[in-house]
Design a protein around this ligand. Structure first.
Ligand SMILES: C[S@@+](CC[C@H](N)C(=O)[O-])C[C@H]1O[C@@H](n2cnc3c(N)ncnc32)[C@H](O)[C@@H]1O
Length: 222
């Protein structure tokens, strides 16, 4: 991700323009959150890369999960805690050249940094990953790097949910990824299965050029 692309995202938050943000808990999280909460080797630790200020963080934390978000914009991170009325502290994290925001009850952590500075050495052992507006927010070149990084956090049995529009992959953002490309990118043993259609989309999402629908997928690894 080049500096201009990153600045573009930060500008959205500075101008208070976040058309992807939904004020309700995502319907797939209401329906499938248990997939994220338990794997054969980990329990109740969920990663939300590129989390923005999604209200899903609080919903999952209220259900006993430690939620680890990651977001580049400090405005988004502070807005999340303020709007959800959650007390927090923050500290520098040199390893990610950013900050860690933490709720006082320790159930929510949000790394404020560039995703590509994050690694499994910083945080791992997730029972699940909620990927909404993350993979698809990346340009095609960064999607390869993104998959390479996320792959290091996955293992057989992890719960991984992905929201992705049905759209020509060359038009975006959001940039869709063909399912076979996704499976090949994650490597042998990866399977992507469609779970459900998203019904409650942000206003005008379905009228974006080339968007034919929006679905939630489960990505699994053997
Ligand atoms: C399309 S939004 C999705 C936000 C959230 N997942 C949601 O569902 O509301 C993408 C978010 O990723 C953040 N972002 C973009 N590139 C990033 C990067 N390289 N590292 C960390 N955050 C990034 C943006 O600031 C923005 O908040």
């Amino acid at each position: 991700m080049d500096a201009d692309e990153m600045q573009g995202w930060l500008n959205c938050w500075e101008k208070d323009t976040a058309p992807w943000h939904i004020h309700h808990v995502h319907e797939a999280i209401e329906k499938y959150h248990e997939i994220l909460a338990a794997s054969p080797t980990a329990k109740n630790k969920i990663f939300i890369p590129l989390c923005g200020k999604t209200v899903d963080i609080k919903y999952l934390a209220d259900r006993g999960n430690e939620v680890v978000g990651l977001e580049a914009s400090e405005i988004a991170v502070r807005d999340f805690f303020t709007e959800q009325n959650i007390e927090y502290t923050s500290e520098d994290v040199p390893a990610v050249k950013g900050k860690l925001y933490r709720s006082s009850d320790k159930m929510i952590k949000i790394y404020c940094c560039d995703l590509f500075l994050f690694s499994a050495e910083v945080e791992s052992g997730f029972s699940g990953i909620w990927d909404r507006g993350s993979l698809i927010a990346m340009s095609q070149a960064d999607q390869k790097r993104y998959i390479g990084l996320i792959k290091t956090l996955t293992y057989p049995g992890i719960g991984y949910l992905l929201e992705m529009p049905d759209r020509d992959p060359n038009i975006g953002p959001p940039f869709s990824v063909p399912l076979d490309v996704l499976e090949t990118g994650f490597g042998p043993g990866c399977r992507v299965v469609q779970l459900s259609e998203v019904v409650k989309n942000p206003p005008e999402f379905l009228s974006m050029p080339g968007v034919k629908g929006n679905h939630v997928y489960r990505i699994s690894f053997q």
